[in-house]
Design a binder for this molecule. Structure first.
Ligand SMILES: Cc1cc2nc3c(=O)[nH]c(=O)nc-3n(C[C@H](O)[C@H](O)[C@H](O)COP(=O)(O)OP(=O)(O)OC[C@H]3O[C@@H](n4cnc5c(N)ncnc54)[C@H](O)[C@@H]3O)c2cc1C
Length: 377
């Protein structure tokens, strides 16, 4: 059933999954275990045959994981679930006519659809100008391709002081096979290092950055007349500027007429269902819960997956979705420092060491292994 393209102009699906993201793999797992709900015709529309597990990006950068060890085989999961795999991307959605248009110019009609496409990079918008040295961390597949081609001892500025930016800085500084290691600076932006994290976590991370000679610049980085500056000070020479500056909503969401939050993400209720169009569901970074604020993080996308699967199943049976993902008060973050150690953050608590990295690897590899097993069966 795997398919790299669409051979007819209008493909139809009873249930269409758009985006092979961290939540939709749980939906595919549910369908593998229990069948597609109501025996419906399912389609998975996503541009890449694999999903890159975001939690393992820093480990891959630091050479702790091989190039294939952090991939989930979406095409194989779709085949196992009996779902047609279409390698293309959604560029427009008409939720009333119930049609998605793809970059390849095809149209897919659906009765119900679920969106888990992640967000887009916003580095170009925030840093002020297009520049060939700018690399967005989203989509992760394109980021991985750019980094794989990076000269070993490049001079890098990472823009963004959140967990993603911090881990990328550590990963690049410890880039496998790079001698001397890349020169890495971290421009955190005016909101500083790890906003929202406990002061004890920030202190640990700051110490690890200093130990590894990663300079922290507590200013917004911007291109001005082709020169990268932060706080009025030029940061040149720079070979690569990595924008880890958070997610923007894809343009097609607002254009679709779906109810959105003010930033343009799909507004969903506690059951991941669109506020405006009940036959549409969304999860992960592209969705915005209206009942509670939820950060854009892979943990939430992963945990929302089984809930989304259950709610889709009920909706397709004509029943009211019931389940709701309620995150714990604190999330566990395991920040890979690239040097064989990691820093754990759980609310006000902090811990650091090799055992933290071992724990992170165990959790991450366990997640990947679950889907590898399902894909192989
Ligand atoms: C470098 C980095 C490290 C991170 N580390 C962590 C971490 O350790 N822990 C954590 O919790 N979070 C982490 N995050 C955040 C995490 O990556 C995101 O929150 C998470 O990936 C969101 O999952 P998602 O399912 O919404 O989207 P994604 O994982 O981005 O998946 C989206 C899928 O949809 C596909 N797609 C995209 N556009 C379209 C389209 N138009 N049509 C069809 N398909 C489309 C993509 O190809 C992809 O398969 C990290 C982020 C980055 C950038």
């Amino acid at each position: 059933m795997a398919d790299d393209g669409i051979d007819n102009a209008l493909l139809s699906a009873n249930v269409l999954l758009v985006g092979g993201g961290h939540a939709h793999v749980a939906v595919l797992a549910d369908w593998i275990a229990r069948g597609v709900p109501q025996g419906a015709r399912g389609v998975l529309l996503t541009p890449e045959r694999t999903l890159r597990y975001s939690g393992m990006v820093p480990g891959w950068l630091a050479g702790q994981h091989g190039p294939d060890e952090w991939l989930v085989d979406l095409a194989a999961l779709a085949a196992r679930a009996g779902v047609r795999f279409v390698a293309d991307r959604c560029t427009a959605l008409d939720p009333v006519a119930r049609v998605v248009t793809t970059a390849g110019g095809h149209r897919i009609a659906f009765a119900a659809a679920s969106f888990d496409t992640g967000g887009s990079g916003r580095g170009a918008a925030l840093l002020g100008a297009p520049d060939p040295r700018l690399v967005e961390v989203r989509p992760i597949a394109a980021f991985a391709t750019r980094i794989a081609a990076m000269p070993p001892s490049a001079r890098v500025v990472v823009a963004g002081g959140g967990a993603g930016g911090v881990e990328i800085a550590f990963g690049l500084r410890n880039r496998a096979g790079a001698a001397p290691p890349p020169e890495v600076r971290l421009a955190t932006g005016a909101s500083g290092l790890l906003p929202g994290f406990a002061p004890a976590v920030r202190r640990r991370v700051q110490a690890a950055l200093a130990r590894q000679q990663i300079a922290v610049i507590p200013e917004d980085a911007r291109f001005v007349d082709g020169v990268l500056v932060a706080g009025g000070v030029p940061l040149e020479p720079v070979d690569l500027v990595i924008a880890a500056t958070g997610s923007a909503a894809p343009d097609w969401v607002r254009a679709s007429g779906l109810a959105c939050d003010p930033a343009g993400f799909i507004a969903v209720d506690a059951h991941q269902r669109s506020l405006s169009h009940p036959h549409i569901f969304a999860a992960g970074d592209v969705a915005a819960r209206s009942d509670r604020p939820l950060g854009r993080s892979g943990v939430h996308a992963v945990k929302a997956g089984p809930v989304l699967a259950a709610n889709l199943r009920r909706a397709l049976a004509g029943q009211t979705p019931r389940r709701s993902y309620q995150p714990r008060r604190h999330s566990l973050y395991l920040l890979n420092t690239g040097d064989g150690r990691a820093i754990a953050s759980y609310g006000p608590l902090v811990a650091e060491g090799r055992w933290v990295l071992a724990l992170k690897h165990r959790i991450d590899k366990g997640w990947i292994a679950t889907y590898a097993r399902l894909a192989r069966q």
